[in-house]
Design a binder for this molecule. Structure first.
Ligand SMILES: [Zn+2]
Length: 293
């Protein structure tokens, strides 16, 4: 993937090394399985926090941790931070333009880099939940160590696979602005667990689709893809499908427990977003019958 001389986003809170560090999360057998599940992109923070047992949102949107001593800069990590900030800048440039074309204004989210543990408006989260978006404060939270996990534990290497992670989380922000989140809130409020999971799958696949739409316009404007980049994103989408993660963790698949979609579905919708660049087409994820997804 080519970064060119595109600028970093200015909407970044770089909180690495100054937040409370994860105090050696102890996981039993069951916990380990859960941690693996949560390692997927953008697990819903409310679910994640429930599992991690940190309780309810604390209503502390935007509250900053007091700054601790800065950690020593690791050149490799600084490269990853720069990459992430440029990609986040790309999402701002592209979504601002797409919203403008539709006569709307893109309210930019914030990228919050942290290490170990973080307080969000959605509660306190461990890095083990993976990157996530918190609708309450419109921030995308990323611990850069996740990139290493993608490469080593999830078999999803490649810089464009990382860009897809960022674009997926920003996709959750875009869907909040476009009003799709309410369908999921409604399903969750109904108390029907299967329906709530299905709504979550729709929302996650839609974030994949929107990440694809973003890649479509990024390629059109910046020619930022190298050969093999789309394959590396599709491979990441494959490796983090619910069925794949479930099989790896417990050896069988429980479709009703899916909250993100199967590998095949995740690849399909990312690809469709990339091929069409059709923002309005995102509505399909809520219009189609569940079995047609
Ligand atoms: Zn997600």
């Amino acid at each position: 993937m080519r970064l060119g001389d595109r600028s970093e986003s200015e909407n970044v809170e770089d909180d690495r090394g100054s937040g409370p560090r994860a105090g050696g999360l102890v996981l039993g057998g069951g916990g380990l399985v859960l941690a693996l599940f949560l390692m997927v992109l953008g697990v819903d923070p409310r679910q994640a926090l429930q599992v991690v047992g940190r309780g309810q949102p604390q209503g502390q949107a935007g509250q900053q941790q007091p700054g601790g001593p800065p950690r020593q800069a690791d050149p490799e990590e600084e490269k990853e931070a720069h990459f992430t900030k440029v990609i986040f800048g790309d999402t701002e440039r592209i979504w601002t333009e797409e919203f403008r074309k539709a006569g709307k204004t893109y309210a930019k989210p914030t990228l919050h880099l942290y290490s170990g543990m973080v307080d969000s408006a959605c509660g306190q989260a461990e890095a083990a939940v993976g990157p996530f978006y918190c609708p309450g404060d419109s921030k995308v939270y990323i611990d850069l160590a996740f990139y290493q996990d993608m490469q080593k534990k999830l078999n999803a290497p490649g810089d464009f696979a990382r860009a897809y992670v960022v674009a997926h989380e920003v996709g959750h922000h875009v869907q909040k602005l476009l009003g799709y989140t309410k369908y999921v809130d409604r399903a969750r409020a109904s108390g029907d667990k299967v329906e709530a999971n299905r709504a979550s799958v729709r929302l996650e696949l839609q974030a994949d689709y929107l990440a694809g739409v973003w890649a479509h316009y990024g390629q059109e404007q910046y020619k930022f893809l190298d050969p093999g980049d789309i394959d590396s994103a599709l491979n990441a989408a494959f490796e983090i499908g619910d069925d794949r993660l479930q099989k790896k963790s417990r050896g069988y698949v429980v479709p009703d427990a899916f909250t993100h979609g199967t590998s095949k579905q995740r690849m399909k919708w990312f690809k469709q977003g990339f091929d069409t660049g059709d923002v309005k087409g995102a509505s399909k994820l809520f219009d189609l019958d569940y079995d047609a997804l």
